[in-house]
Ligand binder design. Sequence first.
Ligand code: SAH
Length: 337
Amino acid sequence: MDWLVDHGEKPFKAQQLFAWLYKHRELEFGNMSNLSKATQAKLGESFEVGALALENKQVSSDGTIKYLFRTQDGLFLETVLMSQDYGYSICVTSQLGCNMGCTFCASGILKKQRDLSCGEIVAQLLQAQRDLDGEEKRISHIVVMGIGEPFDNYDNVMDFINIANDDHGFGIGARHITISTCGVVPSIKRFADEQSQVNLAISLHAPNDELRSQLMPINNRYPLKSLMDSLRYYLSKNNRRLTFEYILIENVNDSIEQANELADLIRDLNAYVNLIPYNPVDEKGYKQSSKSSQLAFYDRLKRRKIQCTLRREQGQDIDAACGQLRAKKMKGLDYAS
Ligand code: SAH
């Protein structure tokens, strides 16, 4: 809006522009018929709507859709759209590559090239919703769980969330939006202070510092004590339920003792644990826990009165696990070093 006013336009034009972009999902300024030709031209000179070009689309047998997009500077990112009982949920990418270095994750195979702009994160939602528009279906939920660490690109991710949530934007309820972090403590505190209704999920994956530091280097910087303190701070400021994500990797973090340790660690947080069978990544050598270990772990948490679910997998036949499609594409183009 400031830009429009600075360029001699009336503030209400901002609402019209938002409606064209986010309600009609119009990608050409020239087709925005209630804006004058002069305004259209001014916008066209300064902005581009199509921040991302669709490079590839794969549809899984279970209805999961994976998009590979190309940025204007020729880099690739992926977005996953999951068909759920309650509608469509989109998993957006927040950075090109990731520097967090989790040892089990495909995203970190390629280091971070740069943060995504707010416009590039919005474009993922816009393009996927445009794709569904023909079938009159709507994306109702967002998870910021694609490649990248959203709390390492805080401002752009929050701007994206505001547009997704705004009634003049996509109108997706804050409680239908989830941000997942590997545990960037200062950003958790900042997020706590915002008192947002957006859900917070923490990738925990290990119940003690020794193992967590092996799996997730961020734990060296922000060990469990500081992470847990930041979460208690969050809970003191927000009347919300926290979610922990815990991937189950065979013989690494899936024993009954570790389930007990996890229950001890989080029992006073009234949190929810999402158990996720690990999706093996070629280069990493980790295996998915056996079905019996998954169920035993789940049962133990339940017995310890921890609320949890064991997530079913989606999109396995289309490399929908974090970073897999992109990693393959980049390798094909000799970008991997
Ligand atoms: N950086 C953020 C969000 C991106 S990763 C975070 O760490 O939360 C989204 C989730 O997928 C994280 O919980 C991550 O640990 C998990 N993940 C990464 N690789 C995976 C794999 N191969 N199988 C299952 N989950 C994986």
